[in-house]
Ligand binder design. Structure first.
Ligand code: SF4
Length: 412
């Protein structure tokens, strides 16, 4: 049996002959795959929101380790470091096992463990006073425990509308923004179309969330030769495998995007059909600087937002699916000036202050790079549009036999 060169505690790695080293194997009498569990519990990981399938290996009633479930559609066997560390949810010495009662002044960090009966009786006494007087005085906030439907239901039964949970301050806003703008987000809210995307922009992604599906998705993009562009001050993680890394100054991503919008507007590379179908770009906004409703949507007597029909040349309901709404122009509605939302967007972002030359220094990205990214984005979106044979019904009840897509995608 050849163990290679023996390595003492003080030997420098450079003095070892790597050619003579190898890992022990079965032939050495070493069991490289010992049985460490007597049962495997199949469940989903709770360490972030995407819920990878996991196999939890248990021995003598204790979790020994966790690995990815190869049959699970979300992660197909992949497990991230955070998911592996899920074992510490059970065995971390810092885990709270009982309620803590503060015994010192606020901020002193002085607590003592109490039993659940005592905790419940303290809480019941305090809460019953509030409920008797004015339940709305209770502001009920819960952490990231994924039981928000239950805690929200409890708060509404208590009688307070003042309840919230982690998601409302974090991912839900991002997800809503993603759904309304790029048609998808990630985690349980949907994902980029990894199978059809040709140009993928990645803005400052937190890699501790959804990492397995994103890793698998990025692998698909790279295998197909799609271009991955990352916009991130750091070139680590996903950014290290990007084809094009834009090392932007922290906090200026929004300005960078507005400069892209400036370029796309200037070049006329705007998907007007998309804006009309999915957004309120055609809704009229009141432009009466001295009126109380200046800047608000113009509405009909029933409160419906109005648009301007460019064929009928009159205001119509913005949700009238037979209308031909104008996206640009100035119109008079009941003697007041109104313009479509898109006109306001164009007026603002076509200003020189949003040009690549004007933002380059603040973003730390060369103006030519911004212009190049905008041109690439437009090229893929308009010259390489795709059509998928997937039937769908839009908001107005119209059936479409195919989905048209612009295979450039962004994720945040
Ligand atoms: S990506 Fe990691 S942390 Fe998130 S659910 Fe999957 S294994 Fe768990």
């Amino acid at each position: 049996m050849n163990h290679g060169t023996l390595r003492g505690a003080n030997s420098a790695p450079s003095q070892r002959s790597l050619a003579n080293t190898r890992a022990p194997d079965e032939g050495d009498g070493v069991d490289t795959s010992p049985d460490v569990s007597d049962s495997i519990a199949k469940t989903t990981c709770y360490m972030c929101a995407c819920r990878c399938g996991i196999d939890v290996h248990i021995k003598d009633g204790k979790v020994r380790y966790i690995n990815g479930n190869k049959d699970h559609p979300v992660n197909r066997g992949v497990l991230c470091g955070k998911g592996s560390a899920g074992i510490m949810q059970h065995y971390s010495p810092a885990r709270l096992k009982k309620p803590l009662l503060r015994t010192g002044p606020r901020g002193s960090g002085e607590f003592r463990e109490i039993e659940w009966e005592e905790a419940l009786s303290i809480a019941t006494e305090r809460l019953s006073k509030i409920r008797r007087t004015d339940p709305k005085k209770l502001a009920f906030f819960t952490g990231r425990d994924q039981s928000q439907s239950l805690t929200g239901w409890w708060a509404s039964q208590f009688g307070t509308p003042n309840f919230a949970a982690h998601g409302g301050f974090c991912s839900v806003n991002m997800a809503a923004g993603g759904l309304y703008t790029i048609g998808g987000s990630f985690w349980e809210f949907g994902e980029p179309d990894w199978d059809n995307t040709k140009y993928f922009m990645l803005f400052g992604v937190a890699e501790d969330h959804d990492s397995n599906p994103i890793k698998i998705g990025l692998g698909k993009l790279k295998a197909r030769g799609a271009k991955v562009v990352s916009i991130n001050p750091c070139r680590t993680g996903y950014n290290a495998i990007a084809d094009d890394w834009i090392g932007i100054r922290p906090g200026t991503d929004g300005l960078f995007v507005l400069a892209l919008i400036h370029e796309l507007l200037k070049a006329g590379r705007v998907d007007l059909d998309y804006l009309l179908r999915y957004t309120n770009a055609h809704v009229l906004v009141i432009q009466e600087p001295n009126a109380a409703d200046d800047g608000l949507f113009a509405r009909d007597g029933n409160g419906n937002p109005l648009a301007w029909d460019r064929v009928a040349k009159m205001p119509v309901s913005a949700t009238d699916n037979g209308a031909k709404p104008a996206l640009t122009g100035n119109f008079q509605v009941d003697g007041r000036r109104c313009v479509p939302v898109f006109q306001l967007v164009a007026d603002r972002y076509l200003q020189e202050s949003y040009s690549p030359d004007a933002v380059a220094e603040r973003c730390g990205v060369a103006a030519d790079t911004i212009r190049r990214i905008a041109a690439e984005l437009a090229h893929v979106a308009f010259e390489q549009a795709i059509e998928l044979p997937v039937a769908w019904t839009d908001w107005a009840g119209r059936r479409h036999e195919t989905i048209k897509g612009r295979p450039s995608r962004s994720t945040l």
